[in-house]
Design a protein around this ligand. Sequence first.
Ligand code: SF4
Ligand code: SF4
Length: 321
Amino acid sequence: MEERDCIRCGKCTVVCPLYQAYRTEAMSPRGMLALIDALDERMVLPTSNEVRRVLENCLFCQRCRKGCPVRIKPMERIMDGIARYGGKRRLHRFISRRISPLQKKGTLIFPGCVIERSETLFKAGLEAVKSLVNDFGVIRNTCCGAPFLEEGNLALAAFALERISHIARNAKRLVTLCPSCAVTLKESAGRFGIKIPRVLFIGELLKPNYKKEKAKVFHFGGCVSEAMGWAEKIRTYLRDSGVDVVSSEKALCCGKGTRRKTKRTNKRLSDALLENLFSEFKKSGCEILLTDCPQCLVEIRRLKTNASLLFDFLSAKSTSE
Ligand code: SF4
Ligand code: SF4
């Protein structure tokens, strides 16, 4: 698709959690796109740390992709801007190992690095997959490349994606346990011209005929799942399955995007976003906070809350494909 010009309508700005926190145009997708245009046109020089700091505040939550009348994906342009005007090198332990292609031809599960770090989540993820897919292989020790994209290191991101392309070259599809990995694999591989099998997030496999469960949950899909429309479908699925589901449009972001230990870290913003999510959860009167995103889970558990990951909650309850 051809590169389009932003018409500055502000639809992306009103849904941006960064803007909600700061209420300043500079901390909004529209403002950041304007800044990148100004940098490209040399109206602003990329020498000041302030310029980089603004771009690097983006939470990479994907919310701004929804509803743009000229179908721009602001986050991709912001990542590209960081690659050209900010960014730093960092080698991920997952991509420095030697690899060979897996022989499995059907479905490969891509757990993602957050799930792989937790034996409990990894096992729960595989249990959930077993109830949805008959036969599958698992890709271990890999990174989807998102951390490099966020830091503007396109070379390492492409390297990580090439690696997955190589491992999965015999497979028909990849099923990820993390919504962010799904979007990165779906979209960024294409951007770099790297061939990857069809990608699905595990939430996309759910079917509305699963056994009735009595439970009341507060569902926060996580920014990416909400932006991709998966969270809404998951809520419908849960309701059809007898679960009492509460959600809130005011629960915007867990704050993880700006808590990572990089130069982008903004602890005050991160704390404010997490507190806001927690207060929406408390208002709901629910006892369980359910999220689709493993990164959100890690963040939410910092509050010692009864939080659960979608597939952990569903494991052993879903029907077969
Ligand atoms: S990705 Fe999220 S934080 Fe970044 S500009 Fe878009 S809506 Fe705002
Ligand atoms: S990126 Fe799209 S939604 Fe955002 S201001 Fe520009 S035209 Fe409007």
